[in-house]
Structure formats: C-alpha cells, structure tokens
Design a protein around this ligand. Sequence first.
Ligand code: AMP
Length: 113
Amino acid sequence: MSCLFCKIVAREIPADIVFETDEVLAFRDIRPAAPTHALVIPKRHIQGVHDATAAEGALLGALLLAGREVAVRLGVAESGYRLVINHGADAGQSVFHLHLHVLGGRGLSWPPG
Ligand code: AMP
C-alpha cells in the first residue's frame, strides 16, 4: 500500500484524528494553511472527487456531513469555515486520495490563489 492517507487509515502513520465514522476519517492537516485546518477522507481509497462514481454519492454526502461535524468539534461552526476539494494538477492536488479541507479561523482570504 503506497497511499499516504490509506496508511493513516490503517494507523501505520500517526495523525491527529479529530473525527471518525465507519466510512470517513478526519485529522488535522500537518501543514495548516489556516488557523484551523483539518482534512476529511473516505476510508476507502478514491483518487479524487472526479473519480467517485454516482454510486458513491452517499459517501460524498457523508464527507460533507463529516466536514460540518469537524467544524463543530474544532469550534469554527459559528464563526465560519470553508470546505475545499482540490482535484488534479491545476488545482494543486498533492495527495491522490480524495480529501475535503476544512479551513477556519480569522484571515481566510477569497478568492484562494
Ligand atoms: P491537496 O494539496 O489538496 O492534495 O492537500 C493535501 C494536504 O495534505 C496538504 O494540505 C498537506 O499539508 C496535507 N498532508 C500531507 N501529508 C500529511 C500528513 N501526513 N498528515 C496530515 N496532513 C498531511
């Protein structure tokens, strides 16, 4: 298994886990780009959002709902937060296991670079 995030799911690599269900895992980003920055991933390997099939719609929904829950747990649900998915090279995707960024805290700029 060569996927970094699959290794985090398998607990082969440590992560600061903030939320988990049977389907998804959420952990803090190792290089935070905002005061609050976590990632939510499906436990099952999917390369990117464009690789998910229509049959995986419920899983994509679970990812969004988990992003909301992470925002609550990390204390940014009231003040505001951003959910971001990068797909492919032009968007800067660097880890090819689907992940939802949960970004919160003061100073989020828009539009992102
Ligand atoms: P992206 O550029 O959208 O593919 O985002 C990948 C994210 O994964 C980046 O924000 C990285 O900082 C983050 N990341 C890479 N390795 C780890 C790790 N071992 N634990 C937590 N986050 C990581």
